[in-house]
Design a protein around this ligand. Structure first.
Ligand code: PEP
Length: 249
């Protein structure tokens, strides 16, 4: 049985003191939930404080991005080893906001994924189509290209693929459970094509306006093994409820 992965992406939100305040309220809400992996991704500046707060708990920490080089003259960038040093076990790579605002393409995503995995980080690689790509019938082609290029020469262990339809991110428009399941089943097929019978450990999680109200029905989908949460991951009570999802069957 694969462990569900429930991750909060804080994006460019929360100071150090807000980070401490979050964890002091959040950790008691998820104590004992050890059948699932709960991950929080603070901004770089709050990683150290977050690591101190989660020490001794089962909650894990992700960075929101990483660079592929090990060290050197790359102003503003952070290496995989630096993230491990700060206490991260995971890293989010290829979020649609990085693709949109920072021109990250599939080849850059792949370089980051390979470097992060080589260093021992668990990777959450994001894929997903825009509204225009969905409406023009190109969603599956786009997602296949993102998955196949992003995972070139990448092994299936310690790998999470987050399906995040761009039209559902921060918009309040969640994919229905059926829409999510359709794409997750497709991604599972693409991943089987890449890894054959070694595809087992790869988890495909859903992101896009996940809330306490819709999490249970999304997690009931056959090929959905967790959630990547933006807005609702900023509040201890809402993320606590999402992390405590109940599997409907
Ligand atoms: C995200 O940005 O990864 C995300 C899913 O955001 P939200 O939950 O706010 O739609």
């Amino acid at each position: 049985m694969k462990k569900y992965c429930i991750a909060a992406n804080w994006k460019m939100n929360k100071t150090i003191s807000e980070t401490k305040e979050f964890f002091r309220a959040f950790l008691p809400l998820v104590r004992g939930l050890e059948d699932r992996e709960i991950v929080v991704a603070p901004p770089f500046t709050a990683l150290f404080a977050a690591a101190e707060e989660i020490r001794g708990s089962a909650v894990r920490m992700a960075a929101q991005d990483v660079f592929w080089e090990e060290k050197g003259a790359f102003t503003g960038e952070v290496s995989p080893a630096m993230l491990l040093d700060a206490g991260c076990s995971h890293v989010i790579i290829g979020h649609s906001e990085r693709r949109q605002y920072f021109s990250e393409d599939d080849v850059a995503v792949n370089r980051k994924v390979r470097a992060a995995k080589k260093a021992g980080l668990e990777v959450i690689m994001c894929v997903g189509e825009s509204l225009d790509e969905r409406e023009s019938g190109r969603a599956f082609d786009v997602i296949k290209r993102q998955v196949e290029t992003g995972l070139t020469e990448v092994s299936p262990e310690h790998l999470v693929v987050a399906y995040e339809p761009i039209w559902a991110i921060g918009t309040g428009k969640t994919a229905t459970a059926d829409q999510a399941q359709e794409v997750h089943a497709f991604i599972a097929k693409v991943i089987s094509g890449l890894y054959g019978d070694k595809a087992g450990p790869v988890r495909i999680i859903y992101g896009g306006s996940v809330t306490p109200d819709n999490v249970d029905s999304l997690m009931a989908c056959e090929d959905v093994f967790g959630a990547l949460v933006g807005g609702a991951g900023l509040k201890p009570e809402s993320f606590g409820r999402i992390a405590s999802f109940k599997k409907e069957n």
